[in-house]
Each structure stands twice: as structure tokens, then as C-alpha cells.
Design a protein. Structure first.
Length: 288
């Protein structure tokens, strides 16, 4: 079973709702101090999905983290803004002098992503929207996290990804975005291994988030009965962060569902969701 993260300090990006919220809450339940980033400051700020606003703000999530047993600290920022991201890491260093976990989850979902249109019918700016907050933001946050973690000789960076990194999913820009964070995890892990810092990319299953719950009303393929909860992903992150032998897995792309059997935890309903390996195959194994 995953252990305690009392006294640990974490940053979770894109945590107003969805996977980021689930990860932040589980880190909080394990006792961590969690800095959460998000753009949603007020109810209704969330993006429209099929013309329906999504609930949740970064401040609401931070309050839930504290109620769960941790310390939630909301940081409203846009990951397009490198200066704001740098200021966040400087703040964490000033207030705690350490950073133990970074979860790179921020990802901008353009409204057209679920349109089903081929790439040539989408605006070319679609590429920038996918790769700026998602790929570039993961790189930028990891740079600042690595500086703190290398100095301390410890730390974990987790990139949330999906089988879209190895299989076609929705549109080419999305697939490139996912395989990019997978490759980043491998390459960064190579350079960070001598300093005791681990980097993992997680292929998530279909998650029952606020977004997919709305999408399921319009897209029959979204079968919520087979979904993982955001908390399930969070439990996997806690398990990784408390694994004393984590460095042995550093650089790998892992199915989040398979962490449950390895570390002995379940989803909120007591079950373990099925791995998507049979459907999507093995994650990539990059070479030095």
C-alpha cells in the first residue's frame, strides 16, 4: 500500500478539476503540502464542452486538499506565462526549501479536439494550442523542478499522458503532444538519474472527469462504467512517490492501471480498472 507523504511538498499543474484535482487530493490525503495551478479562479471560468461550462476552480480544489488532510495552496496562473511559472517555483523554494514531487498535468483542450474533423480542416493554431500548454509547459516546469531536486538529491517528476502517444487518437497534434511528454520523461530521466531524481510518464485510461461526463452525453464511445476515477491516478502517483526503489523505474512509460497491482491499491469503488495494454499495446521503450 502507498505510504505517507507527511512533510513532502508537491506541485500539481492543471488541478482545478479532472485528473489534476484527483492527484492533488490523493497527495493531500497522504499528508503532503500541495501547490495547485489552474486558470479557473471563479465558478464558470472553466472551458465549454458541448456548450456546457465545467465546474471547479483552483481555490475550491485547494480547500478540498486541506480538508482531505494535506495543505492545499492555490496558485492561479496560466502556463503560457513562463515568468509566472518561475515565480511559483521560487515561492515554493522560499516557503519550504524543498520540492519532492512535480506532476505535469496542465493541458489545453481546444474545443475542436472532439470535433472529429481531420487535421487539414482545423486551424493551424490548433497545433500551438496543443503543444504550448502540454508539451512546452511540461518542459518549462520540469526545468525549474529539476534545479530544486538536483540540489536536494531527490525528487519525482510525473507526466500524465495517454496511449495516444503510441496510437492514433483524435488528431495528429494530440498524438505528437503525448509522445513528446513520454520522450521527455525518458530523456530527462537519463540526465537526472545520477542525482537521485526520477521521471515517469503515465498512460492513463479513460477517466471519469467533469469533461468526460459531459462528453458522454454526446459521444457514445465514452463509456463511463469502464472509467478510472481521477483519485485512482492520484493513488498511483502517491505509490510512486513513496517507493524507495523508484529510481529503478525512472524513464519508463507506465500504464496507470497496472500500478494498482504492483503497489496494492484500488479505485474508489474497491475495484482495479483493467489495463488498456491489450487494446493499445506496450508503451514505448526508448533507447539512450
Amino acid at each position: 500500500m502507498p505510504g505517507s507523504l507527511t512533510d513532502a511538498v508537491a506541485i500539481v499543474t492543471g488541478a482545478s478539476r479532472g485528473v489534476g484535482k484527483g492527484v492533488a487530493l490523493e497527495l493531500g490525503r497522504a499528508g503532503a503540502t500541495v501547490y495547485l495551478t489552474g486558470r479557473s479562479r471563479n465558478p464558470g471560468d472553466g472551458p465549454l464542452v458541448f456548450n456546457e461550462a465545467l465546474p471547479g476552480t483552483v481555490f475550491e480544489t485547494a480547500a478540498e486538499v486541506t480538508a482531505a488532510g494535506g495543505t492545499g495552496i492555490a496558485v492561479a496562473l496560466d502556463h503560457h506565462d513562463d515568468a509566472a511559472v518561475e515565480a511559483l517555483f521560487q515561492r515554493v523554494a522560499h516557503e519550504h526549501g524543498r520540492l519532492d514531487v512535480l506532476v505535469n498535468n496542465a493541458f489545453y483542450v481546444p474545443p475542436e479536439l472532439l470535433s472529429g474533423k481531420p487535421f487539414w480542416e482545423l486551424p493551424t493554431a490548433f497545433w500551438d494550442e496543443i503543444t504550448d500548454v502540454g508539451v512546452r509547459s511540461t518542459y518549462v516546469a520540469s526545468v525549474y523542478a529539476a534545479r530544486a531536486m538536483v540540489a536536494a538529491g531527490r525528487g519525482l517528476i510525473v507526466n500524465t499522458s495517454s496511449p495516444g502517444g503510441g496510437n492514433f487518437s483524435m488528431t495528429p497534434a494530440y498524438g505528437v503532444g503525448k509522445v513528446a511528454v513520454d520522450r521527455m520523461a525518458f530523456d530527462m530521466a537519463l540526465e537526472l538519474r545520477p542525482y537521485g531524481v526520477s521521471v515517469i510518464s503515465l498512460w492513463l485510461g479513460l477517466i471519469s472527469t467533469e469533461r468526460t461526463q459531459v462528453a458522454a452525453k454526446h459521444i457514445p464511445a465514452f463509456q463511463l462504467s469502464t472509467c478510472e476515477s481521477p483519485a485512482f491516478v492520484g493513488r498511483g502517483v502517491v505509490a510512486l512517490a513513496t517507493d524507495p526503489n523508484l529510481i529503478e523505474q525512472s524513464g519508463r512509460v507506465l500504464y496507470s492501471a497496472e500500478l494498482a497491482n504492483a503497489y496494492g491499491f484500488t479505485d474508489l469503488d474497491g475495484n482495479i480498472p483493467a489495463s488498456r495494454r491489450q487494446q493499445f499495446g506496450n508503451p514505448p521503450e526508448f533507447r539512450p
